[in-house]
Design a protein around this ligand. Sequence first.
Ligand SMILES: NC(=O)c1ccc[n+]([C@@H]2O[C@H](COP(=O)([O-])OP(=O)(O)OC[C@H]3O[C@@H](n4cnc5c(N)ncnc54)[C@H](OP(=O)(O)O)[C@@H]3O)[C@@H](O)[C@H]2O)c1
Length: 248
Amino acid sequence: MLNLDLDGKVGIITGATGGLGAPIAKTLAEQGVTTVLVGRRADALDAVAKKIGKRALAWSCDVTNESDIAKLVSGIEKKFGRVDILVNCAGINIRKSAVDLSSDDWRAVMETNLTGPFLLSKAVLPGMLKQRFGRIVNIASIFSFVTWERRAAYSASKGGLLQLTKTLALEVVTQGVTVNAICPGVFKTPMNEQLLRDAAHQDFLKSIPMRRMGEPEELSGLVAYLCAPQAAYITGAAFIVDGGWTAR
Ligand SMILES: NC(=O)c1ccc[n+]([C@@H]2O[C@H](COP(=O)([O-])OP(=O)(O)OC[C@H]3O[C@@H](n4cnc5c(N)ncnc54)[C@H](OP(=O)(O)O)[C@@H]3O)[C@@H](O)[C@H]2O)c1
């Protein structure tokens, strides 16, 4: 039996109240990881923490706010003595054509999806390097590679996140820390509710070769594996999980 050796590790999962983040946090907790659930809404975090149980701790933090991040990481290091895992899963999407996208829309997407993971990685890396163990998993997107109309800011942010992943991976490659990206296709989460409602997006949904959206639970096993000591030789890599979408 494959034992992932995650028991006793400490992990920060951003976007932990979201459709993908909550199952990722649950799976890591089931593997013995003390999971710090990060998002902006305290009540939503408490609800997820309650469902996961004793291995979850809710921590309100805006990933675009550098002082929130400093408090989060120093607080966790003080409480648990270490951060072993960072899963950057917080993200937003504003679907508008580029001419309708305001500069505030652009900045909100870039700050949440790209600057946030950069700031969080910067904050956890010194501790990970000191202990010579660390796992950073960035939840990027198929739009790190390809794109679609009305995705200018989102695709730019996710393309950037993949390049950030590779650069960070190389910077720490000999020091026990790995940095990888998972690139989901279309998953059944609140982020995609608009896709299901809006006729303009039906062509996009029909283009999935597997003819269905991904179920949120179909991602978390891969996250857990990448966080495990057994995945030590995997770094700077991107894993597409998209029901065949980018294989076309
Ligand atoms: N769903 C998909 O099909 C899909 C496909 C490809 C990639 N992805 C990526 O996967 C990740 C998760 O997506 P999802 O579908 O789970 O989204 P979701 O259900 O909309 O959840 C988004 C999460 O991000 C958190 N968040 C947003 N802005 C934040 C901020 N400034 N600071 C802290 N937390 C913030 C939200 O919590 P608060 O609102 O409480 O802050 C929530 O927990 C995203 O990065 C997304 O781009 C999703």
